[in-house]
Design a protein around this ligand. Structure first.
Ligand code: ATP
Ligand code: MG
Length: 448
């Protein structure tokens, strides 16, 4: 934000007043040159961490061992990092040794040239040791130094390359890309949490998330982090419903169309992205085209949604999703074929579907399912029209009677009471009974 930039410039000025070198560093420099709003401003300096702590009254030692101190000023947090050099790695995750050094060395330890620049806000001067400016102009993601070495040092950089390419709409330079292809299996050594974070940012911050997924597939990264998705590629579908082609193509088209779904409080972008990503993961690789065995294709479709929900659950557990979110996503996956039937549903079934969480997520998934295939939205529009028609009454009304009322009619406590309550509630939602008296009469007639 503008406020954060002002505070960061102030932090730079303060360090300079004490005789230090201080510069904006990394992502914020890249974003400003691109005319994008940086997520946050980072400062790099030759001052040691202890010195930074002495200079600023309010600090938090967030990564003191590698020289990162958070400076808090005017309700803003600026990360101030001492210029450092990082050497080697044993595990593909953490550097082996860290030495404090100068700006040039600090540039060389960064991942990509566009992320390796410094900017001096006092003199309005770019410090570019790695040709970051050139690659911004060429719109290329280029590893700093030898790409294979850099990806061996830190495997997560492979996913970062894809994320930056697709959130900025850049290409990955060919040597860098070849190195990712060669090293892709190493990504399995990275923790699920860090993989999920990069994958989520790639899918939710890109304008063409489907294109990003295809790129992960082409580079061999998808095969490592989401092997369950591989059979979707080449999995043919009934052409009358899916003129676009196989299941993978269909899913990618849906991911690409996600930005046509407006932001809402009802679900997060992450929930939508993973619902789309996984909705057809259960399409059986050997399924034949055409109607199911009993002549009603719906039966087989129900099957793939249910299988898919179970597979989705395993994947989301592996990616360490929080339980609530996991449940919402698998509910959307499991239920996504119900939209085929909405125009023939009993009012009670439809109302329960609309009234259940996470219905808005399911609607968005269904809309994308149509947009990524035959583009026919009559079922979607039917539900919206129904909701409009029902706008003046609760979609799930307050029950007219309770269990006590049923037992007062002479029905013994037990499972039957619950079953009758359910039936009379359905009758209420279908407008067969409109008040308490009608509800009791309805029960007498049916059950006594
Ligand atoms: P954004 O915050 O928008 O995701 P960013 O470029 O600021 O993008 P951060 O993850 O915040 O990315 O990292 C800040 C900077 O630190 C990067 O610009 C890059 O110079 C460096 N950096 C981050 N992660 C790595 C890494 N794994 N290897 C090398 N350098 C890295
Ligand atoms: Mg950042």
């Amino acid at each position: 934000s503008v406020a954060q930039r002002a505070v960061a410039a102030d932090v730079v000025q303060t360090l300079r007043d004490r005789g230090h070198i201080a510069l904006f560093a990394g992502g914020c420099v890249r974003d400003e040159l691109l005319g994008r709003t940086p997520k946050d401003y980072d400062v790099a300096t030759d001052a040691f961490p202890e010195e930074v702590e002495r200079i600023f009254p309010k600090t938090v030692p967030i990564g003191k061992a590698f020289g990162v101190i958070a400076v808090i000023r005017d309700h803003q947090t600026i990360e101030v990092a001492t210029f450092r050099e990082e050497i080697g790695t044993l595990d593909g995750r953490h550097p082996e040794t860290i030495t404090f050094s100068a700006a040039k060395e600090d540039a060389l330890r960064r991942d990509f040239t566009i992320n390796g620049m410094f900017y001096d806000p006092v003199h309005d001067e770019l410090h570019d040791y790695v040709h970051g400016r050139r690659d911004l102009k060429r719109r290329l993601i280029v590893a700093i130094g030898n790409p294979e070495e850099r990806f061996r040092e830190d495997h997560l950089r492979m996913l970062r390359a894809v994320r930056f390419a697709h959130t900025l709409d850049f290409e990955i330079e060919s040597e860098t890309e070849k190195a990712i292809q060669a090293m892709a299996p190493l990504i399995r050594n990275i923790s699920a949490e860090r993989i999920e974070l990069e994958l989520t940012r790639t899918l939710t911050e890109s304008n063409k998330a489907g294109r990003a997924l295809k790129h992960l597939h082409k580079l061999g990264l998808m095969q490592q982090i989401l092997p369950e998705l591989v059979p979707m590629d080449g999995q043919e579908q009934p052409p009358q419903f899916h003129p676009e082609g196989d299941v993978f193509e269909h899913t990618c088209l849906m991911l690409d169309a996600m930005n046509e779904i407006p932001q809402t409080e009802a679900f997060t972008r992450r929930e939508l992205a993973y619902s789309v990503l996984l909705h057809d993961v259960g399409k059986p690789p050997t399924a034949s085209i055409g109607p199911g065995t009993d002549g009603k294709s719906r039966i087989r479709f129900d099957g793939h949604a249910a299988v898919g929900a179970r597979m989705a659950e395993d994947i989301l557990i592996r990616l360490k999703f929080p339980n609530v979110e996991k449940k919402r996503i698998i509910t959307a996956v499991a239920g996504h074929m119900r939209f085929m039937d909405v125009r023939n549903m009993k009012a009670s079934t439809l109302r329960k579907m609309i009234g259940a969480d996470p219905f808005e997520l399911e609607m968005a998934l269904h809309r994308l399912d149509c947009l990524g295939s035959h583009c026919m939205l009559e079922n979607y529009d039917f539900v919206r029209a129904y909701q409009e028609k029902m706008a003046n009454e609760p979609i799930l009304p307050k029950p007219l009677i309770n269990g006590r009322d049923v037992m007062n009619l002479g029905i013994a406590e037990g499972r039957t009471v619950g079953r009758i309550l359910k039936a009379v509630y359905n009758a209420q939602m279908e407008d067969q009974v409109r008040n308490r008296e009608e509800a009791l009469a309805w029960i007498r007639e049916k059950y006594l």
